[in-house]
Design a protein around this ligand. Structure first.
Ligand code: SAM
Length: 368
């Protein structure tokens, strides 16, 4: 039940996500006698039982630590075993909102893939909603089904079907009663993450609601796919077609050294000083003019490493706060000997698989 409800305390058998570092969240089931092994240390499952979710746990002999988190679709997306490209939270949250999917909605999803979006849909739909997810690749379908069962999704609101929806459509024979509405799937939202959604679109009319507005989103990485999808949507009566692309950006808090005008002047003087001493040492390097001592024309050349070491060697230790980012000086961010201000920086990379999102709606025709 973890993906639908919150609980306070870790119990044996729980699926827990260990936040090891920003790039690494490890999922595991709490099993007596086992250890979670990470590069930051080893963590006994036995000690986790009874701890509060969100706790920081120290490793054996107090070496390293991890945070023990309760699974949510957002965290699962960052930790799941990838079987395919997946939909990340910046896209899934926008799609859910834009299609008006909420508790009680009936949603069709194809293909299931790594079931990243499946978890987000299932949590949003709650006990009253229904999710119909389709996958045609059998090993991937079986893995997804096992995972959805272990996570309790199949027991609550999700029906996983092994099917080629482009060829065989979405209708399900012997639809279980708890998934049927007036004997049909009766979906009011559709999400297609398929290589050729245009071949699946004509099959939708048999499984979507005939009485309420139905929204669709097709997730395609190439604009040529978007073109074909739009043609199919128009040909099948879908209207209000719009395409969007989500560009995610994450900011991180950092420290930047506070510098004033005198620091800049010192820095310029230092650069000038280095230039002058460099010229001087190069001049000295050319001892003799080659005419004396039978040396080659231009004088004796010294090993450049010797000259460079003279260039960088400082006759006196530099005072702290002087030339903070100068050649050869590395300062740890936040070093207490300097003054810092808090700033935000844009992270250069954020995990999001950007695709084009094509939205459209099917509105029931009023009969007079
Ligand atoms: C990119 S993945 C979907 C990822 C998924 N949205 C997620 O967030 O994890 C696309 C999936 O569609 C499946 N697929 C492709 N064509 C299909 C078809 N005709 N019927 C059903 N599934 C199909 C593929 O096997 C693949 O697993």
């Amino acid at each position: 039940m973890t993906f639908y409800e919150c609980k306070d305390t870790i119990e044996e058998g729980d699926l827990v996500l260990a936040f090891v570092s920003r790039g690494l969240i490890k999922p595991f089931y709490v099993t007596k006698g086992e250890f979670l092994n990470t590069r930051f240390g080893n963590f006994e499952h036995d000690r986790m039982i009874g701890m509060k979710y969100g706790s920081q746990m120290a490793g054996a002999k107090d070496k390293g630590f991890v945070h023990l988190l309760q699974p949510t679709p957002e965290l699962w997306t960052l930790s799941l075993p990838h079987r395919t490209q997946i939909v990340y939270t910046p896209d899934s949250s926008y799609i859910v909102q834009r299609l008006g999917i909420t508790s009680g909605s009936r949603v069709i999803e194809a293909g299931t893939g790594s079931a990243s979006f499946t978890h987000a849909f299932a949590r949003t739909l709650g006990r009253d909603g229904r999710l119909f997810t389709y996958e045609f690749h059998e090993p991937r379908f079986l893995e997804a089904k096992k995972e959805l069962e272990e996570h309790g999704l199949l027991q609550v609101n999700t029906l996983a079907t092994h099917r080629d929806v482009c060829h065989d459509g979405f209708e399900i024979d012997n639809l279980p009663e708890q998934f049927s509405e007036n004997g049909s799937i009766n979906a009011n939202a559709v999400f297609l993450d398929l290589p050729s959604p245009w071949t699946a679109i004509p099959h939708l009319s048999k499984v979507v609601s005939q009485t309420s507005r139905v929204g669709i989103c097709c997730f395609s990485p190439c604009i040529e796919q978007v073109d074909k999808t739009i043609e199919a949507l128009e040909a099948n009566g879908w209207t209000g077609i719009e395409m969007a692309e989500i560009a995610g950006r994450r900011y991180e808090a950092r420290k930047e050294m506070v510098k004033d005008l005198s620091d800049v002047v010192k820095r310029l003087k230092d650069i000038q000083g280095r230039k002058t001493s460099g010229i001087e040492s190069r001049r000295l390097a050319r001892v003799g003019d080659g005419k004396r001592n039978n040396e080659p024309q231009g004088g004796v050349k010294r090993d450049i490493r010797e000259v460079e070491s003279e260039d960088t060697a400082s006759p006196e230790p530099k005072p702290r706060g002087y030339n903070p980012f100068g050649k050869g000086m590395r300062i740890r961010e936040g070093d207490e000997q300097f003054q810092w201000k808090q700033v935000t920086k844009v992270e250069p990379e954020i995990k999001t698989h950007t695709s084009y999102l094509t939205f459209a709606y099917l509105t029931p025709q009023k009969t007079t």
